[in-house]
Design a protein around this ligand. Structure first.
Ligand code: 7TS
Length: 415
């Protein structure tokens, strides 16, 4: 018998107004949460409430609205610090998104420290956000990017990783969870090995932080990046976490208001961390909305969310395997992955699949998922991907399977 979900999905769905809309005359079936998640009413309310009652700039005005806005903004920094396992709030930098967070580390920490011949180890399953900044850092410094390969099972080849690690290794950049395969990488183990050779460990947490409990006190990452919009929050808000000492050592990146202590015509000194990295007026409303998203996720429980998605993914894999002609990528077992099912239909191009599914109200992602090297490794140009969150259940998977059968029929492949 099917395991019952630890989440009350029917109740959760009522919190997401967009889920009651129709697409092309059919109820929306949203299976693209790895791209971005939908927003619960509490997040929408937080945005509206902030602009309606407390809008002001932060960290400057000595008036009531300014103080309220600052308290709300800084209060979310405390929430993020607690969400990440109770880390020091000074290590939490608000950015625009995970991409900006990763670029911040690559520009401000890595570039000044890299020299010709140094090595940056990057995995073959990275999103371009955790690959292009390293390719560029290597290009301008003379460092070399080396690849941690992906096995046929969709895991990182840790034997090759161990072989690659050496005294030339300055940076290991790896995703905590793949946005294509759903693979959860053994970051703690990898970070320990990296630290043994003195390397700095940058972890792309864009998919992990949104879907499972993350404790940065024990993970071993030196820097960790993620986006609010992938975890029920608004777009335009990301986080870079690093230990405060790391941030203090790091060069300032963007210059301007907020990030300075004292400015003369020919020199400037900088604010304390994390504000040293928050130049200009931040996305205050977005951060406030992110606070509401964190509260919502904490109330659900990240463990329960992870368990729910894992069950759903196993169910989806079983159901998709019943359809002939599909190749499923990524690990099947719950320890190594979850939340994402990526597949290739030998008869129908992923873009056609996605277009036809849309006529059934079903939103999946088709394409290279900003992971072109991984696509080459899988031997495909593109895949179809269904990804799940707290508001999806088995009925959604059944509806996807039904729509896929219809789609295959449309292309003359009855399965
Ligand atoms: N890293 C991973 C692992 C991701 O999945 C994404 C976005 C990013 C970084 C970049 O996040 P951003 O918020 O800075 O854009 N992934 C996807 C996806 O899989 N489909 O659309 C965006």
């Amino acid at each position: 018998m099917a395991e019952s979900s630890p989440l009350d999905v029917a109740r959760i769905r009522r919190d997401f107004p967009i889920l009651s809309r129709e697409v092309r005359g059919k109820p929306l079936l949203y299976l693209d949460s790895a791209a971005t998640t939908q927003k619960p009413q509490v997040v929408l309310d937080a945005l509206m409430d902030y602009y309606t009652h407390s809008n002001a700039n932060v960290h400057r005005a000595i008036h009531t609205l300014g103080e309220e806005a600052t308290a709300a903004y800084e209060g979310v920094r405390d929430k993020v610090a607690a969400f990440l396992g109770g880390v020091d709030r000074r290590g939490v930098v608000f950015t625009r998104n995970a991409t900006e967070s990763l670029n911040l580390v690559a520009y401000a920490w890595a570039r000044p420290r890299l020299a010709r011949g140094d090595e940056i180890l990057v995995s073959e399953m990275e999103h371009h956000s955790n690959l292009v900044p390293w390719i560029e850092a290597a290009r301008v410094t003379g460092a070399v990017v080396r690849t941690i390969p992906v096995t046929d099972e969709g895991l990182l080849d840790l034997d090759v990783y161990e072989e690659l690690l050496g005294h030339h290794t300055k940076i290991v950049a790896v995703t905590h969870k793949s946005n294509v395969l759903g693979t959860i990488n053994p970051v703690a183990e990898m970070a320990k090995a990296a630290h043994d050779v003195g390397a700095f460990v940058v972890v792309d947490g864009a998919q992990a932080a949104a879907h499972m409990p993350v404790d940065l006190n024990t993970l071993g990452a030196d820097a960790y990046a993620f986006s609010a919009h992938k975890m029920l929050g608004p777009t335009g808000v990301g986080v870079l976490w690093a230990r405060p000492e790391v941030l203090e050592e790091m060069d300032a990146f963007l210059g301007g208001g907020e990030m300075i202590r004292e400015v003369h015509m020919d020199r400037a000194t900088f604010n304390e961390v994390p504000w040293k990295f928050e130049a200009g007026t931040p996305n205050i409303a977005g951060v406030v909305g992110f606070g509401a998203a964190i509260d919502y996720l904490q109330a659900l429980g990240m463990d329960k969310l992870n368990q729910h998605e894992t069950q759903l993914t196993l169910y989806a894999r079983d159901r998709l395997e019943e359809i002939g002609g599909l190749t499923l990528f990524g690990p099947r077992d719950a320890i190594h992955g979850g939340g994402i099912v990526t597949f290739w239909d030998k008869d129908v191009h992923p873009h056609d699949l996605s277009t036809i599914l849309d006529t059934h109200g079903v939103a999946i992602r088709a394409g290279h998922h900003c992971a072109q090297p991984l696509m080459r490794r899988l031997g495909v140009v593109a895949t179809a991907r269904a990804s799940f969150y707290c508001y999806n259940d088995r009925d959604d998977v059944d509806a996807l399977v039904m729509a896929l059968h219809e789609c295959r029929k449309y292309f003359g492949h009855v399965s």
